[in-house]
Ligand binder design. Structure first.
Ligand code: FMN
Length: 348
């Protein structure tokens, strides 16, 4: 099975064969007519690379340091809710795959496994936060996360309400009542698990509250504009994740790789900028870094890996990207991530 998985698209194909239709549509689908989801891919495909020959690429250094921690690859696993839908091990399984693949796992607030169980995988861990009405729920989760060794927080700021997810609605997606969501209160589960239209009242003052409540580096996930990124820094953000939530929220916003340069220009190196959405190849990682990202995240692909082959499938996805990135860097004539800048892009 594992040797059938040569690309991230192979993992999706196998996952699609294995998963119930409703679950596959929940994972694969996006918002509205899914224009942004197509653009997330097409924009990467349109960017052409500019190689340099006869550079010394006998060793390739793919390491990056974020908030004092060294990452072996500029890649993290993005927060994806409800992973027991695809495999009994859920997020604990993905985290084991992340540990053996040597990358950081960003767990969702809407995970089916508890933070301690995920941390027991040995993976380096970040926590994605959805703020819930009951601040005590968030305080409790933060305390448990810090005790479990979580290294950074990603506050998701692009989801005051769920997007119009027609595809999952058509497939009659519903969260099975028996699946646990240990870090969501009742209202939070209701808001995030069905197309409820319920709104979450989260504003900049909540960012101030969170920044004052935690000692961990706080990233804002789901920013697309230079203005919001700059404002985020004024409110205590230590990093920005340029994301359109895998195109699941507001359809027809730009591809994240096209939104990235505006944010990079505005932030001007003050904090790290990460990007996610549509990354499926090592060459995509090259392009994101060349446009100014410090690292990237993948969402759906590793969950397809989990569905296809459990924790080993997740590790396989990471290994594929590691090898593709190393190969792309060698063929570009770049021995380290620092060399991936506008000079590796054909159209600057
Ligand atoms: C099924 C699914 C569930 C998700 N759940 C969350 C979540 O709980 N919190 C969050 O911040 N983002 C969530 N996301 C968004 C991802 O973190 C990430 O931004 C997106 O998947 C990246 O795009 P990609 O899937 O094309 O790699 C989810 C995405 C998917 C596909």
């Amino acid at each position: 099975m594992l040797d059938e998985l040569l690309t991230l698209d192979d993992c999706e194909r196998v996952a699609r064969e294995r998963l119930p239709h409703m679950v596959y549509e929940f994972l694969a689908g996006a918002a509205g007519d899914e224009a942004t989801m197509r653009w997330n891919r097409e924009s990467y495909e349109r960017i052409r690379l500019r190689p340099r020959v006869l550079e010394d690429v006998s060793t390739i250094d793919m390491r990056v340091t974020l908030f004092g921690d060294e990452h072996s690859l500029p890649l993290l696993l993005a927060p994806v809710a409800y992973q027991q839908l695809v495999h009994d091990d859920g997020e604990a399984g993905s985290a084991r795959g992340a540990a053996s693949g040597g990358v950081t796992f960003v767990m969702s607030t809407a995970s089916n496994c508890a933070v301690e169980e995920i941390a027991a995988s040995g993976a380096k861990l970040w926590l994605q936060l959805y703020l819930q009405n009951d601040r005590d729920v968030t305080r409790d989760l933060l305390a448990r996360a810090e005790a479990a060794g979580v290294r950074a927080l990603c506050l998701t700021v692009d989801t005051p309400v769920l997007g119009t997810r027609n595809r999952q609605a058509r497939a009659k997606f519903a969260l099975p009542p028996e699946l646990p969501t240990p870090h969501l209160d009742v209202a939070g589960r209701d808001r995030l698990s069905i197309v409820s239209g319920r709104r979450e009242a989260i504003t900049w003052s909540d960012v101030d509250w969170l920044a004052a409540t935690t000692k961990l580096p706080l990233l804002l996930k789901g920013i697309l504009t230079g203005d919001d990124a700059a404002r985020g820094l004024e409110h205590g953000a230590a990093g920005i994740v340029v994301s359109n939530h895998g195109a699941r929220n507001l359809d027809t916003v730009p591809a994240t790789i096209d939104a990235l340069p505006e944010v990079v220009e505005r932030i001007a190196g003050r904090v790290p900028i990460l990007v996610d959405g549509g990354i499926r190849r090592g060459t995509d990682i090259v392009k994101a870094i060349a446009r100014g990202a410090s690292a990237v995240l993948i969402g759906r692909p590793y969950v397809y890996g989990l569905a296809a082959a459990g924790p080993e499938g997740v590790a396989r996805v990471i290994a594929i990207l590691r090898e593709e990135l190393e190969t792309a860097m060698a063929l570009l004539g770049c021995a380290s991530l620092r060399e991936l800048d506008a000079r590796v892009l054909w159209d600057r």
